[in-house]
Design a protein around this ligand. Structure first.
Ligand code: BG6
Length: 486
């Protein structure tokens, strides 16, 4: 066990989906692996009339549901002792006074997890402030959506900043808790073969793909107001991009990492109405098949508005205007109802200037580094090798050097992204969280796309469910003489 300070983790929206599906499960898993401090407590806050006992029963039911009845009785007994519940109408500022009787700010750090819509942030912040329960070491944790554009994101950040200093705010992007995203730091900055071969001199272009075979899964209304650009690209894909593209940070401190990521975001070339059609593709899925099963199109999903023009797929060519990446495009694509779930980065190296094997291999394919983030985390390097044999010319064949993390590190692979991030928030380590400036910079760039689309009145192109987006996405790379990794 460690020597971190115990916490009072207060979850606002404790009866909501995020809390039940993700937070309680992650906390239970941390308990299972003895990663919670002995005196840490979990206080569920919500507007419904529950008691600590009934809240504990609700938590147990959702653990059983989402963990397929694998909850261990001994661990549950330990875990359940940490739980309590407080009924607060989250919109009523006066009711937050009640927290004073429960939270122990002398011996514990108060960690406030806002698992609610940002519309409630203002009253929670005001309630916390006027109750006097906050001390300077209190923290607040929030996650997306942090706005739907730069302006609304600033408004949310301003509301929070009225009560919490920037160092107290932990903004989650759950991709930053994923093992393979973190491994990008190790891969790039602990291996000299990559540190010295990671720029326009050796790299031709980079692809980032985040595809999901699932559709909208009962949250049509929310998704339709958001779209794939804001739901996935503004956050998860841009975060991956910053890890791939940033300069070596001086150390692993939050400040060093944030500074390098911001530099990348600032160097993203804006998309304009003039080039938006050439640099971006929007798609919307129609009926199709996923792994042999027929699935409905976006416009006929449950609760759908049949006139919707929201995109469920987006592909973009990104140029980073700095010394390292001059002339190296990053192609990003993300979509719902792709043939499978796949998150991957492909670094395509440049072709060799001269081919001495042309008698047996006319066009030597360039090396590729393929980083699989999910499922089956691992790294492949595509290389050319001589085919064994003594007869005739040297024959070459492309082979794969592969390192499967799920195989190599079998025993250690027990956590998803949330566990890692909750643990870091409880321990007060902000490195893996997003700074205000990062989020706002990301919105600035994404807004340029959104407004260019609006300006051009462009509509999403249809693609059948079970495909990798509209053909225009293939054309996006084909125009540059390239192709997506399939
Ligand atoms: C969420 C998006 O942030 O990430 C969802 O809102 C998406 O639309 C999800 O399905 C994907 O996360 P993961 O970890 O399954 O890749």
């Amino acid at each position: 066990m460690t020597n971190y300070r115990p916490c009072d983790l207060v979850i606002y929206g404790a009866l909501g989906d995020l809390s039940k599906r993700k937070l309680l499960i992650s906390l239970y898993r941390l308990e299972k692996h003895n990663l919670l401090e002995a005196d840490t407590r979990i206080i569920g806050v919500d507007r419904l009339d529950e008691s600590s006992e009934s809240f504990t029963a609700i938590a147990q039911q959702s653990l059983q549901l989402f963990l397929n009845n694998t909850v261990d009785e001994v661990i549950w007994q330990r875990f359940s002792k940490r739980l309590s519940y407080l009924k607060i109408d989250l919109t009523d500022v006066a009711q937050y006074q009640q927290l004073n009787a429960i939270v122990d700010s002398t011996n514990r750090v108060m960690v406030n997890y806002f698992a609610v819509s940002p519309l409630l942030f203002k009253s929670i912040c005001q309630g916390l402030h006027s109750s006097g329960v906050l001390t300077p070491d209190a923290r607040m944790v929030m996650e997306k959506p942090i706005g739907h554009d730069l302006k609304s994101s600033k408004e949310i950040n301003d509301v929070v900043a009225d009560v919490f200093h920037e160092e107290q705010v932990y903004r989650i992007d759950h991709y930053l808790g994923k093992e393979t995203v973190l491994n990008l730091l190790a891969l790039r900055f602990a291996n000299s073969i990559f540190t010295t071969n990671w720029d326009h001199n050796t790299i031709d272009h980079i692809q980032i793909t985040v595809g999901e075979d699932i559709g909208i899964e009962g949250r049509w209304d929310y998704f339709d107001k958001t779209g794939q650009l804001r739901d996935m690209l503004q956050n998860h894909l841009l975060q991956i991009l910053t890890f791939v593209a940033m300069e070596p940070p001086a150390d692993l401190s939050a400040e060093s990492i944030h500074n390098e990521k911001i530099k990348v975001l600032k160097a993203l070339r804006p998309i304009t109405p003039h080039n938006v059609d050439e640099k971006t593709v929007r798609g919307q899925y129609t009926d199709g098949f996923i792994k042999g099963t027929a699935v409905p199109g976006y416009l006929v999903e449950e609760g759908a508005n049949t006139q919707s023009t929201t995109e469920t797929f987006v592909a973009v060519r990104v140029d980073i205007d700095n010394w390292r990446w001059a002339g190296v495009p990053f192609y990003m694509r993300t979509g719902k109802r792709t043939p499978n779930k796949r998150t991957e980065i492909v670094v395509n190296f440049k072709q060799l200037p001269h081919n001495i094997f042309k008698d047996s291999f006319r066009d030597l394919p360039a090396n590729k580094l393929v980083i699989h983030l999910q499922p089956n985390e691992g790294v492949d390097v595509m290389m050319l090798n001589k085919v064994p044999g003594i007869d005739g010319n040297i024959k070459l064949q492309q082979t794969k050097l592969d390192l499967s993390f799920s195989e190599t590190f079998k025993k250690n692979r027990i956590f998803g992204g949330y566990e890692k991030l909750i643990l870091e928030a409880l321990r007060g380590n902000p490195t893996l969280f997003l700074s205000r400036e990062e989020i706002e910079q990301a919105w600035t760039w994404v807004d340029s796309i959104q407004s260019a689309w609006a300006n051009n009145h462009s509509l999403p192109k249809p693609y059948p469910a079970g495909s990798w987006g509209p053909v225009a996405s293939v054309a996006l790379l084909a125009r540059d003489g390239r192709a997506w990794e399939e």
